[in-house]
Each structure stands twice: as structure tokens, then as C-alpha cells.
Design a protein around this ligand. Structure first.
Ligand code: GLP
Length: 259
């Protein structure tokens, strides 16, 4: 696991945006499709803003990109401002030149019966597999160590599935909904095996609220009680974090940082 220390949120965003642009342009030079896994949340907003800026300045195009979002609340339509789909359209998808049908996000309504849910999860996995797999997956991290919506206790072999959200996760997201009572109870998410099948992963973390989860992910045991710890198994993970998020790492880990 490589760890890049950014001085602040702006530097973090610029490092991650730079890596994404390099990846897209690498595949574009080869005239091949670049498959990205995308995440939502406050940590990634700055990165998407820089990607949009780079697109406007003709430093990158998205015509060779196919993208899959990590997760979504169950029951929220794409035009619901609290949905991750809406977040994506506002911050990236509608602001750059993605080809039609090249951006995907899992979607479930509340009324679906079990078979339809299984079919949607399977179809999402299949859609990713059909591309040949994700080249670069972007990830945030929850304060309880979740990635995507894979809450503590999720099996390491999990594929795309539905999840009952933990109270702590609903609490963290309550600010976006105007109160915890409005936060959906369920979500659909890529599983931990889906995420780990990506060839390369960048995990972003900003702020002191993420410091404990980040320490456990990097220095703690690999355990399903902290889903992000599975990333220790993955050969190509880069953590890009600001000083606050790295503030709880031990002196020996800090001494090994790339910068
Ligand atoms: C939600 C998403 C996660 C994301 C996390 C962190 O829980 N399901 O995929 O990583 O938020 O978001 P933020 O960057 O806002 O802290």
C-alpha cells in the first residue's frame, strides 16, 4: 500500500485528479477504453471539479471512458438531489463528454421483490465484467471503515448486494438529508470482491474524522469488522490523504511515507 500525504484538501484533489487524467489519457493514446470506478461524497468533490476544469482546458476527454459508480441509496431517483446519481450528474457526468450509456450506477426502487434485486445486482456485476474489469477504482472511506456501503461485517467475497445501513452511517449522512429520519435504511453497493477486482485503487481521506478509520485500515489487522482493511491484500492501492486524516498513524508508518 502506497501512502501519499497531501498538505490539504486542494493538494489531495490535485493528486487524485492528476492520476485519473493520466490513466484516461494512457488508454486514449492506446485507442482503448478506460474503465473507471467512481465514488461520491465530500472527499471527491474537489477531484471532480479539477477533472471538469481539465476537460474544459482540453487536457482530457471522457469519450473513451466507461464508468461504474460504487453505490446508491435504495429508493432514490436520479433527479432526487440526495441520490448519488444526482451528485454524479451535477459534479461530473453532465459537465464532461461521457458517451451515451457509458456511465452506470446501480439502481433499486423500494418495491422490488427479492428476485428483481438479485437480478439487478447480478446485472451490475455482469456489466462490469463485460468491459474486462475496472482499471482504476476511486474510493472514500466511512468513519466506521466502510468502503462503498460495505458496512462492518460484510464478507470479503461479497459481490454487488443490498445492505441495511448502520445507524452510524445514516447519522454521518443525515446532514445531506436534513435529518437522520430522512436517510434511507437501505443501499445497493459493489461488494468487497467487486472493489478488489479493480486493477488499481485510490482511496481518498480528508479530515480528522477519518483519522481513526485510516489508522485501523493501514496498521490494524485485516478483519471484516473494518471492511477497508481488505485493501491490505490488494497489490495496487494508493491512499491519498491530508495531514489531518493521517494524524493518528504511528511514527514508524509516518516515517515510511512517500512524502
Ligand atoms: C458514503 C459512501 C461512501 C463514501 C463515504 C465517504 O458513505 N457510501 O462510498 O466513501 O460516504 O464520504 P465522504 O467523502 O463524504 O466522507
Amino acid at each position: 500500500m502506497k501512502i501519499i500525504r497531501a498538505q490539504d484538501y486542494n493538494e489531495l484533489s490535485s493528486v487524485v485528479a492528476g492520476a485519473v487524467i493520466t490513466k484516461i489519457n494512457h488508454f486514449s493514446d492506446l485507442e482503448k477504453e478506460c474503465v473507471l470506478g467512481l465514488c461520491t461524497g465530500s472527499s471527491i468533490v474537489g477531484t471532480y471539479a479539477l477533472l471538469v476544469k481539465a476537460y474544459e482546458q482540453a487536457q482530457v476527454r471522457f469519450t473513451n471512458v466507461q464508468a461504474f459508480n460504487l453505490d446508491e441509496y435504495v429508493g432514490l431517483d436520479v433527479d432526487n438531489p440526495q441520490s448519488f446519481a444526482y451528485f454524479m450528474t451535477q459534479h461530473l457526468i453532465h459537465k464532461v463528454d461521457f458517451g451515451k450509456g457509458m456511465w452506470h450506477i446501480p439502481f433499486l426502487t423500494e418495491q422490488l421483490h427479492d428476485n428483481a434485486i438479485i437480478e439487478e445486482c447480478y446485472a451490475y456485476e455482469q456489466a462490469i465484467r463485460t468491459t474486462g474489469g475496472i482499471h482504476l477504482q476511486l474510493l472514500g472511506i466511512g468513519q466506521n471503515g466502510h468502503i462503498g456501503f460495505n458496512e462492518p461485517g460484510t464478507g470479503f467475497d461479497s459481490a454487488t448486494h443490498t445492505v441495511r445501513l448502520h445507524e452510524a452511517t445514516r447519522q454521518q449522512n443525515a446532514q445531506y438529508f436534513g435529518g437522520i429520519e430522512y436517510v434511507p435504511q437501505e443501499a445497493i453497493t459493489m461488494g468487497l470482491s467487486t472493489i478488489c477486482n479493480a486493477r488499481e485503487i485510490i482511496l481518498l481521506a480528508s479530515g480528522v474524522a477519518k483519522a481513526q478509520a485510516l489508522k485501523a485500515m493501514i496498521e490494524g489487522p485485516i478483519t471484516h469488522l473494518l471492511p477497508a482493511s481488505i485493501l491490505q491484500f490488494h497489490p495496487q492501492v494508493t491512499v491519498v490523504a491530508d495531514t489531518d486524516a493521517l494524524s493518528k498513524l504511528s511514527a514508524s508508518t509516518l516515517a515510511m511515507l512517500a512524502r
